[in-house]
Design a protein around this ligand. Structure first.
Ligand code: EPZ
Length: 433
């Protein structure tokens, strides 16, 4: 197992470039097998979840070639099976997009129930509702989502609550269904739009992605395409918040500032200076920050994936803040770890954190409970006095490419070592003391 060791107290300064959006890439890479032509996808993040999905596609018989670190060529002409039932499928959430992709193309799919971060119960009933509305029979058998249809027929679908995954999955299946599908109360998140744009680049006919009504006219065939994935709003947000937490001055490059508006607004409200450029944001903080109230909401509201970073920043801000999680019921597991570092946070009714800002955090050994919680603990380590060890960094590496080296380039004192390598740990501590 690997861990990060961080010596806190350095201000982050300089420039950092954001990679492709993990959560869009998962949908796009799964969708790429829906044509027999070759698809070239650029700006693919080089992270664990993507490596796992590539392996799953290869196990199905797809040809996936990494032509450089961030570019894939995918060809789904020789898919041999519609059954994806390996441990890899169960390790990530995004593998559920194979149900929509295989069902759309082959009218059959058997895909193991997905894994992903343990941040709540994460049911898939809305995905099933979407597939069933299109005329598919869906059963859960032996841990697999089994979907089949003689024909997929376009239909009106109304989601009583918005779901990113169910919207994307329904779009995947519907773009090769007969006739028109209308998804009402569709998720509006940027990755829904990116997957729709990618499908359209392959010949699909999807209109309205980014609004709450998506209209899809089914086509019989999709074709090859070249497509570049949008920047990762969560990676961008994480660096923005880390810059603010360290009282630094960082230019976060290769972003779409519009996707960051909810973070920018909250940062400015608590006293951070944020300057927007065409494809970059500059984040500066030079004084103790103020308190605020935040509730996670669907886009364009404040993203649940930035909730741990927000709480962490507020843990050392002046006054009392309240952060309410309304999307996932189990997303405060990192709070116990922050408390070990001296934060004063009380979680009430399991979805509300009451944060009393403390003057400082102090380094401790903490455990990354999931991807974003882990990133937030690294941020806490940057702010804390002394050394912080963040264990289970594999969670963080699922979603952040070269996290520690990007942080190092901004001046952070951080390294990754094997947990059993006590010599390396000592050496790092001596070197930076
Ligand atoms: C996606 O998860 C992301 N994952 C999550 O990213 C992100 O937090 C989330 O969207 C919200 O933005 C991927 O894209 C792989 P949802 P997803 O369906 O699709 C409930 C990260 O750190 N729900 O929009 O699972 C669900 O339990 C992560 O990168 C149902 O009840 O999110 C949740 O409360 C983690 N039934 C809410 O809806 C369903 O069938 C929203 O979930 C589907 C969802």
């Amino acid at each position: 197992m690997e861990q990060y060791i961080i010596k806190g107290g350095t201000q982050l300064k300089g420039e950092v470039s954001v990679g492709g959006y993990k959560n869009a890439a998962l949908g796009i890479i799964a969708a790429a097998i829906m044509t027999d032509d070759t698809v070239k996808v650029e700006n693919v993040p080089d992270i664990r979840d993507i490596d796992i999905l590539i392996q799953v596609l290869q196990d199905l018989g797809a040809k996936v070639e990494r032509i450089n670190k961030h570019t894939l060529k995918i060809n789904g002409a020789k898919i041999e099976t519609v059954t994806a039932d390996s441990d890899n499928v169960r390790k990530i959430r995004g593998s559920y997009y194979l149900v929509g992709a295989l069902l759309g193309k082959y009218k059959r799919a058997q895909v193991a129930l997905p894994g992903g971060c343990n941040i709540g119960s994460r049911p898939i009933d809305r995905h099933i509702k979407g597939f069933e509305a299109l005329g598919s029979e869906v059963k859960i058998e032996h841990g697999l989502i089994c979907a089949k249809a003689d024909r997929l027929i376009g239909a009106p679908i109304y989601f009583d609550e918005s779901s990113v995954g169910a919207t994307i999955n329904t779009m995947l299946a519907a773009c090769m269904a007969e006739g028109q599908t209308t998804i009402e109360n569709a998720a509006k998140e940027p990755h829904v739009v990116d997957v729709a744009n990618f499908l359209n680049s392959m010949g699909a006919n999807i209109k309205g992605a980014g609004t709450d009504v998506i209209r899809i006219k089914g086509v019989t065939k999709l074709h090859g395409s070249e497509y570049s994935i949008i920047p990762d709003q969560i990676e961008a947000g994480t660096f923005m918040f880390a810059a603010a937490a360290s009282k630094g001055d960082v230019l976060v490059k290769n972003v779409i500032p519009k996707h960051l508006e909810a973070f920018t607004a909250k940062l400015m409200e608590i006293g951070v200076q944020v300057e927007e450029f065409d494809d970059a944001v500059r984040v500066r903080a030079d004084k103790r920050l103020g308190s605020t109230h935040v509730k996670t909401l669907v886009y364009p509201g404040f993203l649940t994936d930035m909730q741990p970073q927000m709480t962490t920043l507020l843990s050392v801000s002046n006054g009392t803040s309240i952060v309410t999680e309304s999307i996932f019921e189990n997303r405060f597991k990192y709070v116990d770890e922050l408390t070990k570092m001296g934060a004063s946070i009380k979680v009430v009714e399991s979805n509300t954190a009451i944060i009393t800002g403390v003057d400082r955090l102090t380094g401790a050994i903490v455990n990354a409970p999931d991807l974003r919680g882990g990133a937030a603990l690294v941020m806490a380590g940057l702010m804390a006095e002394g050394f912080t060890i963040v264990e289970n960094v594999e969670y963080i590496e699922r979603g952040y490419e070269n996290f520690e080296s990007k942080m190092q380039k901004l001046g952070a004192i951080i390294t990754k070592v094997d947990s059993n390598d006590s010599k390396a740990i000592k050496k790092f501590k001596l070197k930076v003391s």
